[in-house]
Design a binder for this molecule. Structure first.
Ligand code: ADP
Length: 255
């Protein structure tokens, strides 16, 4: 039946015998689709009123010298929080979009080295004063979606900046490794204790809530990375030592 969705699980036992479990997960998949659609629709609907609020705040703050001084600080804080909300909605919309196209095959051949060079230029503008080293040791391409790969890698780089000191560099490497292509983002920052690793890529999971909300993150960055990895059949590996730094690696099959 083409309208139903099945999950197969094969267990080996004894002398080459196999036991196959077939589960009908149609209902679960439908509920999951409803959740995605709901999150996508709500995010979309919230953007319009937020744009109006932000627009007025911007106009008012452009003439801050005409305001009563005691209103300036609260209005600036409102403006900052509105910006946070906009970032959150943008990430929520993007996540629901990539989740719903996850199963589609990716046909585009992406030149990762060129993508990284472009990203380096963008980071110079958005994060002046931070050093992003590129080490491009291979020219391999991967089958993928340029925008999705770009968003995953930039989330990793921005995290590396956020969770390390200003004067510490971040290094991105692109290398061939045992038949795979490895993209790694390495920082010398605060690192992550091992007990947090299993849940790190969950939506809104944070190691230290107060620190993360200060850094202006949405809590969705690694959830986006995880989904992009899954839709590109790439493996995400996290290697981290508290106080020393972290390396996030995406392992792709070559195109
Ligand atoms: P956030 O917006 O809070 O950064 P993410 O999903 O991008 O959300 O990351 C989840 C959590 O993982 C962060 O709150 C942070 O605690 C931790 N984390 C992510 N990247 C790093 C890193 N490079 N070094 C240390 N901790 C990190």
């Amino acid at each position: 039946d083409k309208r139903r969705i099945y999950q197969f699980e094969v267990t080996r036992f004894g002398a080459g015998d196999r036991l196959v479990f077939v589960r009908d997960i149609t209902k679960v998949a439908q509920l999951e689709q409803m959740r995605r659609d709901f999150v996508g629709n709500v995010s979309h609907e919230l953007r319009t009123p937020l744009t109006v609020i932000k627009g007025y705040l911007e106009t008012i703050l452009a003439n801050a010298d005409q305001l009563e001084p005691r209103y300036v600080r609260p209005l600036q804080q409102m403006d900052q929080q509105a910006q946070r909300m906009e970032n959150l909605l943008k990430d929520l919309l993007w996540l629901s979009r990539i989740e719903s196209v996850e199963s589609l095959p990716k046909h585009e051949r992406v030149d990762v080295a060129a993508l990284l060079e472009e990203l380096q230029d963008e980071m110079q503008t958005s994060h002046p004063g931070r050093r992003l080293n590129l080490q491009l040791d291979c020219e391999g391409k991967v089958f993928g979606d340029y925008r999705e790969l770009h968003s995953a890698i930039s989330n990793l780089v921005i995290n590396a900046f956020k969770y390390s000191a200003e004067d510490q560099p971040v290094t991105v490497r692109w290398q061939a490794r045992e038949g795979n292509l490895a993209l790694s983002v390495e920082d010398r920052g605060i690192g992550i204790a091992e007990n947090h690793l299993p849940r790190l890529t969950e939506r809104f999971y944070r190691v230290d809530d107060s620190r993360s909300s200060q850094t202006g993150g949405t809590g969705l960055g690694l959830a986006i990375v995880k989904h992009v990895a899954a839709s590109h059949q790439a493996r995400l590996e996290i290697d981290s030592r508290p106080g020393k730094g972290s390396t996030f690696t995406l392992l792709f099959s070559p195109a």
